[in-house]
Design a protein around this ligand. Sequence first.
Ligand SMILES: Nc1nc2c(ncn2[C@@H]2O[C@H](COP(=O)(O)OP(=O)(O)OP(=O)(O)O)[C@@H](O)[C@H]2O)c(=O)[nH]1
Ligand SMILES: [Mg+2]
Length: 206
Amino acid sequence: MTAFECPPPLRQVTYLTAASLPQQLPEATGHEILCIGRSNAGKSSVINATLQHRIARTSRTPGRTQLLHFFQLKSGDCLIDCPGYGFAAVSRNIKSQWPPLFKASLKRPTLAGILWIMDIRHPLQTADLTIQKDIIPSSCPIHIILNKSDQLRFGAQRTAQLKLEQTINTWDNPHLITVQTCSTKRPQGLDQIQNQLCKWLHLDPS
Ligand SMILES: Nc1nc2c(ncn2[C@@H]2O[C@H](COP(=O)(O)OP(=O)(O)OP(=O)(O)O)[C@@H](O)[C@H]2O)c(=O)[nH]1
Ligand SMILES: [Mg+2]
């Protein structure tokens, strides 16, 4: 990883548990942040880069994360790495388990926010719009991360972000949604994600 600094409250993270069924969700130990997005958007990479810790498994092969993985901070709060949606090759059995599990984790009173990771080259695909319309409650704070910004020139990054923000303004409760660009490779935008986490979790970043 780079010499990039992680704020003290995000520095210590441990693997808590995994769940494939709603009844396997652990008892909440603090606030929770769900990391969601289409397969291969970079959810696990964003968790690792933000926490400066190789704790989540990443892969070139879409569909790598197939369970909900709970990563616990020193404060007891958790970041939760979700399976990606919208990838045809994941088995039907796993796919059918996913919506109830996702819905159950969204209903937990400890949910502090959603990090919604998208590939900046393909934001808001049909699968994303279905999730937004049918699954995510409009009362939930969302921080959208347009990841893989290293794959676009600066002008195209700005255009993608502005276009997305215009669409969000047509949704319910747009004031609960923020957007940023990010690259886990370059790296870029990780401090903004860290600040968002600290804000949601009421942690002092200094
Ligand atoms: N160019 C580029 N590639 C990235 C970036 N972030 C992640 N990747 C690559 O994207 C691929 C998928 O990354 P993951 O973090 O495993 O993606 P995921 O969303 O967790 O994938 P699933 O768990 O399969 O849903 C890997 O090959 C990563 O190296 C980025 O900022 N830029
Ligand atoms: Mg993953």
